[in-house]
Design a protein around this ligand. Structure first.
Ligand SMILES: Cc1cc2nc3c(=O)[nH]c(=O)nc-3n(C[C@H](O)[C@H](O)[C@H](O)COP(=O)(O)OP(=O)(O)OC[C@H]3O[C@@H](n4cnc5c(N)ncnc54)[C@H](O)[C@@H]3O)c2cc1C
Length: 452
């Protein structure tokens, strides 16, 4: 049995960010993922907004870590090439009570340390988003809200971790925990792994793993969010993120441009029992179409490219649940529901600070540089547009996926990367191949063939 200093369970955004930081210390770290790929759980299916944290509940750990994570991820995105577009957001009030809420929302943003919000009138709302349905009364601008690529972010963090010496084990589900003196033995479906410390970043599975450590302190309720993705021709209708005024029920349905040049409408919020229910539903899509028709009728006349759903790991509390047990040499990260993309790097920083009293987490000198990620963002140059790249390597001039203009060179690079994909979906998340309006009808066979 291989023994590590730290085992991190779960290679979503949170676990990958933690493994990356631990990998920078003098620690033997293993990142254990049940699925065949990193970022294949909740982290692959969100709305990919880099939140400023303007609307978080002031004073919570979540509020602090979202604001910090926003800054950390923006800097990291610059270093690694994760695409980010600072589109800004406009929160729109449709009723007099909603309009009356705007000053309180601006004050809340300021209590969260975000001072850039401004209240605008209906004329300014329509000059910013002319395609909105009639009836908007005013709005609140949030210029810092940004869109990004959750797939590239997760992959960059995990790649960075591996480059720093972290052992990544995919396809290893932790099913048992045995305390054995100074070592914890983690039973997986592919053998045992020993570690002095264990970090539970298992997302939807965090309560199950927590119970393996003998706790009975929370239950994850999967809260499904369904989304509709519209064709790229709809993109001019959504120049920025259009938010509703949040209610007691939640943040509500938004319209947002995507980093790939589409427009999305969603998400829904529906508590389920089934942690695998990532399919969309007739009722969910009907609800979204009704909301969409009320917000921006023209959007519904555009073609739908795809629909998808993600499951938030809700735990019945309004904050993250982060706890370190020195006795068990165990750290839990639970309840990272709807802000974990933004907060991931700050959660990692927070957890590593908590571990500092127990482990030598000081960064090693001369760490490898952050990986430079392939750009999947529509607003930034891609290989098929890069004459110099094509002149140097003809494979960047050979398009495989015509909807998303993905070249053979990019597919080859993904297959040869530090964490290569093992499924067609994994290849899609690394390249955008099959992500377009034909959903792989034309290129599917060739893309799948490249994995053989
Ligand atoms: C609809 C929706 C919209 C969202 N929008 C945004 C947004 O715009 N901005 C934002 O910042 N956040 C957003 N989020 C939240 C964000 O996506 C999550 O907070 C984040 O992905 C959580 O990451 P994670 O690493 O905790 O979980 P996950 O990505 O689920 O990772 C946990 C991993 O642990 C693995 N695992 C579980 N059990 C075991 C086990 N026993 N052994 C080994 N591995 C195990 C799983 O396979 C999984 O890969 C949204 C979420 C949803 C659902």
């Amino acid at each position: 049995m291989t023994a590590f200093d730290v085992a991190v369970i779960g290679a979503g955004l949170v676990g990958s960010a933690i493994a990356r930081l631990l990998g920078g210390a003098r620690l033997r770290t293993v990142l254990i993922e049940a699925r065949a790929d990193v970022g294949d759980g909740t982290s692959k299916a969100n709305t990919a907004i880099l939140h400023t944290g303007f609307d978080a509940t002031p004073g919570t750990l979540e509020a602090r870590l979202v604001a910090r994570g926003y800054r950390l991820l923006r800097e990291y995105a610059e270093a690694t090439g994760i695409p980010v577009e600072r589109t800004g957001a406009l929160l729109v009030a449709w009723t007099p009570p909603e309009l009356a809420t705007l000053p309180a929302l601006r004050d809340k943003a300021e209590r969260n340390g975000y001072t850039d919000c401004a209240i605008v009138d209906a004329r300014q709302v329509y000059s910013t988003v002319p395609d909105l349905a009639p009836g908007a009364l005013g709005g609140l601008t949030v210029p810092g809200e940004s869109i990004t690529c959750t797939w590239t972010t997760n992959l960059a963090l995990a790649t960075d971790a591996v480059n720093r010496g972290v052992t990544l084990l995919r396809g290893h589900r932790v099913t048992a925990v045995h305390a054995d003196g100074a070592l914890t033995r983690l039973g997986t479906d592919r053998g045992e792994i020993g570690a002095r410390w264990v970090v539970n970043a298992a997302g939807l599975g965090a309560d199950t793993v927590d119970r393996l450590f003998g706790h009975e302190r929370f239950t994850v309720t999967p809260r499904r969010g369904e989304l509709i993705v519209f064709d790229k021709l709809a993109r001019p209708m959504a120049p920025l993120i259009v938010l509703p005024v949040p209610s007691k029920v939640g943040k509500g349905v938004l319209i947002s441009p995507t980093i790939y040049g589409n427009v999305m409408l969603g998400p829904t919020a529906e508590d389920l029992d089934d942690r695998t229910a990532t399919g969309t539903s007739e009722a969910g899509l009907r609800f979204l179409r009704d909301r969409g028709a009320a917000l921006m009728p023209g959007l519904l006349r555009e073609e739908v490219t795809a629909t998808y759903a993600g499951l938030r790991a809700a735990i019945g509390a309004d904050d993250y649940l982060i706890d370190v047990s020195a006795r068990q040499r165990y750290a839990l990260i639970g309840g990272v529901r709807s802000t974990g993309l933004t907060a991931s790097m700050a959660i990692a920083e927070h957890v590593v600070t908590l571990l500092a009293g127990h482990l030598d987490v000081a960064p090693r000198p001369e760490l490898p540089p952050a990986p430079r990620m392939p750009n999947l963002g529509e607003a930034f140059p891609r290989p098929y547009q890069d004459i110099a790249a094509i002149a140097g390597d003809g494979e960047y001039g050979r398009i495989v996926c015509f909807c998303e203009r993905v070249t053979r060179g990019e597919i080859r690079d993904a297959l040869q990367s530090v964490i290569p994909p093992v499924t067609v979906d994994g290849l899609r998340r690394r390249t955008r191949a099959m992500n377009g309006r034909c959903q792989g009808f034309y290129c599917g066979a060739e893309v799948a063939g490249s994995l053989r």
